[in-house]
Design a protein around this ligand. Structure first.
Ligand code: C2E
Ligand code: MG
Ligand code: MG
Ligand code: MG
Length: 282
């Protein structure tokens, strides 16, 4: 989804590199090295229900890249998708996420959470993906019903039959799916029924405009009504202000995440903060 090329790599422009091909090759090499050196780090953002109870978390990857510091996913996911590196990167994120879920089993608070992991359409295109996920679940001992995969509306531009079969195969393992950034992409309402989805995530652009632009409030209400009809849960992202939270809670939004409620934290800090023995419960 994130646009690659210019935007991704502009920040890493090395003036000694004359052409685009060299820059891409260097960036690819840096990412490969980063992967093998374990420079990609999982951050975790908490999700709360309307009563303020912690119900889940979303995994967000970052790249701790030497002198470049902490690099956000918008600066490398697009490139990873174009270069194919999204497959090993996605597998790494999934494996680390499942390791976390297995650890969380031993914590009375964290054991109840669902963990949402972003999955690229490139991973879904891979016919071996369901088997790879099964292997990871097996090897880590993560409870599949705690794992939720987030897809974007770009799945609707694909061979829907194939993607939907793959989703059913994953769902039969106990995994659920949510549709990320809902309302920004290709969605046709007719498509919603073709996929085994559990939740819609309202894109943060709509949440941002609640209370600013009356139309956004109406869009949010319409998405919530739609989700009810389709028996889907609603997750709102990008909740930054109390007025947005109140609006969403009154509208019947099942869960939400955002800077108001909790920033993404490095996995270990998340566990420390939100686990049973953690700072959040002192
Ligand atoms: P997303 O899945 O929609 O993730 C939500 C983004 O919103 C995250 O940005 C998060 O840090 C940010 N966010 C959370 N709360 C707030 C808020 O209150 N206000 C604002 N303004 N932003 C908030 P991040 O971490 O930069 O991730 C950007 C995108 O990168 C993600 O969007 C997702 O599409 C992609 N991404 C992240 N991790 C992965 C991954 O492991 N695999 C894949 N394929 N994509 C990933
Ligand atoms: Mg997401
Ligand atoms: Mg999103
Ligand atoms: Mg987004």
């Amino acid at each position: 989804r994130a646009k690659a090329d210019g935007r991704d790599m502009a920040r890493f422009f090395d003036p000694s590199m004359q052409n685009e091909a060299d820059r891409r090759a260097a960036f690819e090499l840096a990412m490969r090295d980063g992967l093998s050196l374990g420079e990609f780090r999982l951050f975790c953002q908490p999700q709360f229900d309307g009563h303020g109870r912690l119900v889940g978390a979303e995994v967000l990857v970052r790249w701790q890249r030497g002198e470049h510091g902490l690099v956000g996913p918008d600066d490398f996911i697009g490139f990873a998708e174009e270069s194919g590196l999204i497959l090993p990167l996605g597998e790494y994120v999934l494996e680390e996420s499942c390791r976390a879920l297995a650890r969380w089993e031993r914590d009375p608070v964290l054991a109840c959470l669902k963990l949402a992991v972003n999955v690229s359409i490139h991973q879904m295109r891979d016919s071996d993906f369901p088997a790879a996920v099964a292997t990871i679940l097996d090897a880590t001992g993560a409870p599949p019903k705690r794992l939720c995969l987030e897809l974007t509306e770009s799945v609707f531009a694909e061979n829907m039959q194939e993607i939907s079969e793959r989703m059913y195969a994953l769902r039969s393992q106990g995994i659920c799916f949510s549709l990320d950034d809902f309302g920004t992409g290709y969605s046709s309402l007719a498509y919603l029924r073709r996929f085994p989805l559990s939740a819609l995530k309202i894109d943060r652009s709509f949440v941002h405009d609640i209370g600013i632009d009356p139309a956004s409030g109406s869009i949010v209400e319409a998405i919530i009504a739609l989700a009810r009809k389709f028996k889907l849960e609603i997750v709102a992202e990008g909740v930054e202000h109390e007025a947005q939270r109140t609006f969403l809670v009154h509208g019947g939004c099942s869960s939400m995440q955002g800077f108001l409620l909790g920033r993404p934290l490095p996995m270990a800090e998340f566990e420390h903060m939100y686990g049973a023995a953690g700072a959040g419960h002192a």
